[in-house]
Design a protein around this ligand. Structure first.
Ligand SMILES: Nc1ncnc2c1ncn2[C@@H]1O[C@H](COP(=O)(O)OP(=O)(O)OP(=O)(O)O)[C@@H](O)[C@H]1O
Ligand SMILES: [Mg+2]
Length: 476
């Protein structure tokens, strides 16, 4: 075959880099993308600092991960940098460090020391003003005395990486960048970052990720608290039947794991403060729906992905939907990793499930009375992942009636989801141990109908003392 003539067409640095600033990051997502790298580098501590100084304000993200040597650090600045990823890693595109940083600032400096005996401190800087001038893909190799002040004396004798953003033109757009208004805005950005990191990395912060030490993140010195969307520490949170759905993707199938939860009615929360905290960054109604995790990191929080409408009556339903990077192409994961599209095969499986979860959430939403005291524990909870009922496995066939009767499972199929109170999810508990919601619901509705809810409360309270098994069986 004749060799075809080729011409190399190298992208223009100035225009390409300007366009790549607009990949759809906002500040919170951009910071989270940098923290992804720290997590991938095995960091156990990540410190985010947001510093106000007018046009000289900066944001710094430093970690104690394995760091980078000179070669890796230079490669890290290449758009589309090459490397092997293992299955549970958060990175994928070789873009995040550059695209997240330049989405917010004009100058990004990375200082790093590799986790190797005698490793030197290395520093590189990408400066958009310089690129504008020379129109070349160039970065600076900084000598120790050229390090920007906020990166100095941070990695003395220890491995880790510091990412510094200066020239925050996308964060501070004020006529008076040194004014009080600008300062308040930056403080409020720091609060948003704190809240966002607490949500998207909640499994890492809470030490729920297999084979990893708990992650500690601070924002301006204050530890970020993990925010559990499912309020699993609330004794009245209910875990519904888990499901596994097999989804085809390029290069093989992958499993999507679903863990549905129905949060307690406002009256059943342990306190009003807990209720308010459970409301979440976008507040109750917009926090209902799917929580989509990719390799344990939350990338989409709330919303029903067009499978149903946002509805006050369904606001207590929150569903964990997890997948691993082998399904990235099926979910259309993009560089910013801020949202996904559900694969069509999965949507078909989810349609009847969403309907059922909505029904249960609606029933809990309508409960009125506060149980006087929590029922006695029968089994000790042992963590949600291991303690939840064994998932039902669904094979995504694209069939047209994915109803409960068609579940391929060793469990008996049910016509409505089985409600399992989270507090009673011991290692041995099964979905079938718990009564269907309707027994308790029917009694509560009947009591409310005749104005005897208080009496029912007293009866159930006595029943819990005299016959805890029976009370539990009825759903209290
Ligand atoms: N904090 C860090 N510690 C150690 N290595 C890092 C760190 N940040 C970046 N790197 C290295 O730089 C590379 C490029 O990072 P970048 O975020 O641009 O891409 P990625 O993480 O590989 O993929 P993605 O575009 O999905 O984020 C990483 O693959 C990693 O090798
Ligand atoms: Mg990355």
């Amino acid at each position: 075959m004749a060799v075809r003539k080729t011409i190399q067409v190298v992208p223009r640095a100035r225009r390409t880099l300007t366009s790549l600033r607009n990949l759809g990051y906002d500040l919170r997502h951009a910071v989270a993308d940098i923290v992804d790298n720290s997590v991938s580098a095995g960091a156990t501590t990540v410190k985010v600092t947001v510093h106000f100084d007018g046009t000289r304000s900066w944001i710094r993200i430093s970690d104690n991960g394995r760091g980078m040597n000179a070669e890796t650090l230079t490669e890290a600045f290449r758009y589309g940098s090459e490397r092997e990823y293992n299955r549970t890693e958060l990175g994928r595109f070789g873009f995040g460090l550059k695209s997240a940083s330049t989405s917010q600032c004009r100058r990004v400096t990375v200082v790093s020391r590799a986790d190797a005996p005698g490793a030197a401190l290395e520093a590189r800087q990408l400066d958009l003003d310089h690129i504008d001038q020379v129109d070349k893909w160039e970065i600076f190799d900084l000598a120790p005395d050229e390090l920007p002040e906020p990166t100095r004396s941070l990695l003395e004798g220890t491995a880790g990486t510091v990412v510094l953003w200066e020239g925050l033109d996308r964060v501070l757009r004020f006529q008076d960048p040194f004014g009080g208004w600008a300062k308040r805005q930056l403080i409020s950005h720091a609060e948003d970052i704190d809240e966002h990191l607490g949500m998207v990395f909640h499994r890492f912060l809470a030490g729920e990720v297999a084979d990893r030490e708990p992650l500690r993140i601070t924002v301006n010195g204050t530890p970020v608290e993990s925010w559990d969307p499912f309020c699993r520490s609330e004794s009245s949170t209910s875990a519904l039947q888990e499901e596994d759905v097999e989804v085809p993707s390029q290069g093989g199938n992958g499993i999507v794991h679903l863990s549905p939860f129905v949060l307690p009615n406002q009256n059943h929360f342990s306190s009003q403060a807990a209720w308010r905290r459970a409301s979440g960054p976008k507040s109750w109604n917009r926090q209902q729906g799917f929580y989509i995790y990719r390799a344990d990191r939350l990338i989409q929080s709330g919303g029903w992905c067009r499978l149903r409408a946002i509805d006050e009556h369904a606001k207590l339903a929150r569903i964990s939907l997890e997948f691993f990077p082998e399904l990235d192409s099926a979910f259309g994961v993009n560089v910013a990793k801020a949202s996904v599209t559900l694969p069509e095969e999965l949507r078909q499986e989810l349609t009847p499930l969403v309907k059922n979860w909505g029904r249960v959430a609606d029933a809990v939403y309508r409960q009125k009375q506060q149980p006087p005291s929590p029922p006695p524990r029968r089994t000790k909870p042992s963590g949600v992942t291991s303690a939840s009922p064994a998932p039902t496995v669904r094979t995504s066939t694209g069939g047209n009636d994915p109803s409960f009767e068609h579940v391929s499972s060793s469990k008996p199929a049910t016509s409505s989801p089985t409600l399992v109170n989270h507090r009673d999810l011991g290692a041995t508990s099964r979905a079938s141990d718990a009564a269907p919601l309707s027994a308790r619901q029917a009694l509560e509705a009947a009591a409310a109908q005749v104005g005897e809810s208080e009496a029912l409360n007293r009866i159930t309270s006595a029943l819990r003392t005299m016959s805890p098994e029976m009370a539990h069986g009825l759903g209290w």
